[in-house]
Design a protein around this ligand. Structure first.
Ligand SMILES: NC(=O)c1ccc[n+]([C@@H]2O[C@H](COP(=O)([O-])OP(=O)(O)OC[C@H]3O[C@@H](n4cnc5c(N)ncnc54)[C@H](O)[C@@H]3O)[C@@H](O)[C@H]2O)c1
Length: 388
């Protein structure tokens, strides 16, 4: 263990935490010193795995002086209250995406962190994926001139994974706009490196049994004239991992023969039971080690002087005369980019990229997607900001 470590307390031993767990365990810059979750089963598993206290409430964790950074991995609706309490307790904050469900909540969180003099980061999200970060830096170098168009297309089975009732209710933050557009918007903003100016979108609610958005298309224009076309479907039919060498979203090997598995499971058991079986502490098998980087499906960037395509192992570069591939080495665990940014902020005093303002802008675009689809028109981002 290094001399200086980030002493992290996790609030919400959720699926989100479980996906980040390998990173938190493997990275010598981090020590998991506490957790909080109302589920006794999850607390017992955490204590057994990390030999650290697990509390029934966030307040108890926030009172623990051993905790320096709070990783808020509880459901979206709890982010504001938990972040505000963490800031009051003088703890740095890493909060899962989406940052919150309204711009007012995002602003309150940012202000609370600012007033307390603590850092607030929003993540992990796919904007941290190494191929995205590498491509963004390459684009920013100007080697291919300005970025002009991004195509981002993701087809998953998101809507049929076991859900809490509120995850199927848009008013409570359910559906793919809050949970998945938050990633896709993060990726394209990171690549283009400018603010979104307007959005024209449609959304799809195609399954009456799961009455929230399961799909969307959105056309984003950016300050400076670039644009991005986003397509997402979580209806569990086509799978864009087919375009990524059958490396799944979290970097693991995926079985190309498996089809409609998530939908099939929902027909065989109660959804609550399926959800509980997948939760941290329920004894589910650990994820296989990554064979590729985390990714969010097909992403192609057209710059004035060349194109880039992100893959699960690196970046394909299509220049004026030649084409080449940059392979990016895999780390022991994915998601280390989040720790890099957290470390740089807290230990080295560098302002984080994925700060409260960044997370707020991501949410603004998500809200603009919903508004544009509801009103059937292009929506300026300034309208959403004024409204919130
Ligand atoms: N970055 C990613 O890849 C990723 C993946 C999945 C989820 N997430 C995010 O993680 C967050 C949690 O979602 P999920 O689907 O993983 O949740 P989940 O349903 O798997 O688990 C939620 C957990 O939070 C606990 N909890 C609820 N309220 C709490 C509170 N006030 N204090 C402490 N614990 C509390 C519950 O007991 C449960 O263990 C969401 O914001 C989601 O967007 C991110």
């Amino acid at each position: 263990m290094a001399d200086r470590v980030l002493r992290l307390g996790v609030v919400g031993l959720s699926r989100g935490f479980d996906l980040t767990r390998a990173t938190l365990t493997a990275d010598p810059r981090v020590e998991l010193v506490a957790a909080a979750d109302p589920r006794a089963e999850a607390r017992a598993a955490f204590q057994a795995e990390f030999g650290a206290p697990a509390f029934a409430t966030a307040d108890a964790l926030l009172a623990d002086p051993a905790v320096e950074v709070v990783y808020i991995a509880a459901p979206h609706q709890a982010h504001l209250e938990l972040a505000a309490a963490a800031a009051r307790a003088g703890k740095h904050i890493l909060v899962e995406k989406p940052m919150a469900l309204s711009l007012a909540d995002c602003r309150a969180m940012t202000q609370a962190a600012h007033a307390a003099g603590v850092h607030l980061l929003v993540g992990p999200s796919h904007g941290f994926d190494p191929p995205v970060a590498w491509a963004a830096d390459f684009i920013a170098s100007g080697a291919f001139g300005r970025p002009r168009m991004v195509t981002a297309t993701t087809f998953t089975d998101f809507l049929y994974r076991p859900r809490r009732p509120e995850e199927l209710d848009t008013a409570q933050g359910g559906g793919v706009i809050f949970s998945q557009a938050a990633h896709q918007v993060d990726v394209v903003r990171r690549l283009i490196g400018a603010s979104v100016a307007s959005v024209r979108a449609t959304t799809g609610v195609w399954d009456a049994a799961r009455p929230t958005e399961g799909a969307y298309q959105a056309f984003l224009t950016f300050d400076g004239g670039a644009s991005a076309a986003l397509t997402y479907s979580g209806y569990g039919r086509y799978d864009t991992d087919a375009l990524m060498g059958w490396v799944g979203e979290t970097g693991g090997r995926k079985d190309p023969e498996a089809y409609a598995v998530a939908r099939g499971r929902l027909e065989t058991a109660a959804e609550d039971d399926l959800k509980a079986a997948r939760a941290y502490g329920a004894g589910a098998a650990k994820a296989a080690p990554p064979v590729g980087h985390e990714h969010f499906g097909l992403v192609i960037v057209a710059c004035e002087g060349g194109d880039l395509r992100l893959t699960a192992t690196g970046v394909e570069i299509y220049g004026p005369q030649a084409r080449r591939t940059v392979e990016l080495p895999l780390a022991a665990a994915t998601r280390h980019g989040v720790i890099d940014e957290l470390w740089a902020a807290i230990v080295e005093g560098q302002p984080p990229r994925h700060d409260g303002a960044w997370g707020t802008e991501n949410l603004t675009v998500c809200l603009a997607i919903l508004r544009s689809a509801a009103e059937g028109r292009e929506v300026a981002i300034s309208e959403i900001e004024d409204f919130a």
